[in-house]
Design a binder for this molecule. Structure first.
Ligand code: BGC
Length: 382
């Protein structure tokens, strides 16, 4: 199975999950509050704030050609209106680090976490949220010189579903089971996305959607999927690309999302082991937003058994290739995640191609990392 020329093969991470000590963010406050719903705090994470050159070296040495990371709003604007030149300089160095290594940077502006001040003033439902996100985006644009791909908001559909609870964090469970978002949250996120895209004129910008592969009787499925997913795809029909993020599937019945079947094979997050997810998500995205290029910005598996990661990803790439053969315009595949990083409440579900020792942050590439690197170098899956 050959992939197109200039196909992006990469790995992904996000600031809060990898950098450590994101102290001005809403999630840091929640993780460290007495009533924290999480079993572990992010703490130092993988210390990528200091070790990012090592991370980039790994990506390059494995044979991958792209790296997705996020800029942290809480670091760039720790207090409303105060933009930290030092934080912007940090992210500029990562962009330059990618370019110097021949890696295509895929930059996300918001990956679940927000500055605490933003959250305390109403978050996405607060007044002026879109203008605040626009101002932050405007401050980041100058450091994006040489960056082609920019994701505005990561999984706005999940953010919308969570926005009446906490701002950010999947916190376990299958996202597709969550109650439908308030329309006001969806509208606010859509407005923020559009404002950011205006600031990003000249770049390829889009948002990345948590695709749940809703299945079941068409009418029930469509009614369940529209507020949780499909309206976010419909809002992206004029975007430069759509980011597809898919891990599993959710079956919808008369009473909504059904729990994962008792006898189903599961991953460490409790999700059904379902390699066809990404191919099906790509098909669904292409049907909802015909002609819009697709970038797989996340796909992977939480497992302690690395052979299972290779098994899952082989199936995922075969399904992706099939969807592309049928006509889907897919520009790249970014595996989630590069590192065993903070999984929104715990370090236990390990999604990484590379393990990180929790005491000294030492990185060790797993066999799956080398395997994916070989697929990338060959631009072909055997
Ligand atoms: C998120 C990642 C997360 C991954 C696995 C996606 O929802 O963008 O931050 O770690 O799924 O749960």
């Amino acid at each position: 199975m050959d992939f197109p020329e200039r196909f992006l093969w990469g790995a992904a991470g996000s600031a809060h999950q990898t950098e450590g000590n994101n102290v001005s963010s809403d999630l840091w406050a929640l993780e460290n509050s007495p009533g924290s719903p999480f079993s572990e705090r992010s703490g130092d994470a993988c210390d990528s704030y200091h070790r990012w050159p090592e991370d980039l070296d790994l990506v390059r040495d494995l044979g991958l050609n792209a790296y997705r990371f996020s800029v942290e709003w809480a670091r760039v604007e720790p207090v409303e209106g105060h933009f930290s030149l030092a934080a912007l300089g940090h992210y500029r160095r990562i962009v330059e680090g990618c370019l110097a290594r021949g890696l295509t940077p895929v930059v996300t502006l918001h990956h679940f976490t927000s500055p605490l001040w933003f959250q305390q003033d109403g978050g996405w439902l607060g007044s002026g949220a879109a203008d605040r996100f626009r101002a932050y985006t405007r401050a980041v644009v100058p450091i994006l010189d040489g960056v082609e791909w920019v994701c505005t908001l990561n999984e706005p559909n999940l953010l919308a579903m969570l926005s009446s609870r906490i701002s950010g964090g999947s916190g376990g469970g299958v996202a597709g089971e969550l109650p439908a978002p308030e329309q006001a949250a969806t509208d606010a996120l859509t407005a923020a996305h559009r404002a950011a895209r205006e600031e990003l004129a000249g770049k390829k910008s889009g948002w990345t959607i948590a695709n749940q592969n809703f299945q079941g009787p068409a009418e029930l499925r469509d009614a369940w999927a529209w507020p949780r997913e499909d309206q976010f795809l419909a809002a992206a029909v004029d975007d430069d690309f759509i980011g597809v993020q898919a891990y599993t599937r959710v079956i919808v019945g008369e009473d909504g999302a059904l729990p994962v079947a008792g006898d189903a094979r599961r991953t460490l997050t409790g999700w059904e082991f379902y390699p066809p997810a990404v191919g099906e998500a790509v098909r669904h995205t292409a049907a909802c937003a015909p002609g819009v290029p697709i970038l797989v910005t996340e796909n992977g598996i939480a497992t302690a058994d690395d052979a299972e990661r290779i098994e899952y990803t082989t199936g995922a790439l075969a399904g992706l290739h099939e969807a592309m053969t049928e006509g889907a315009d897919v520009r790249g595949y970014l595996h989630w995640s590069l590192l065993d990083n903070y999984e929104w409440g715990s370090y236990r579900p390990t999604f990484g191609l590379v393990s990180v020792d929790r005491d000294g942050f030492r990185r060790t590439a797993k066999p799956s990392a080398r395997w994916l690197g070989e697929v990338a170098r060959a631009n072909r899956l055997d």
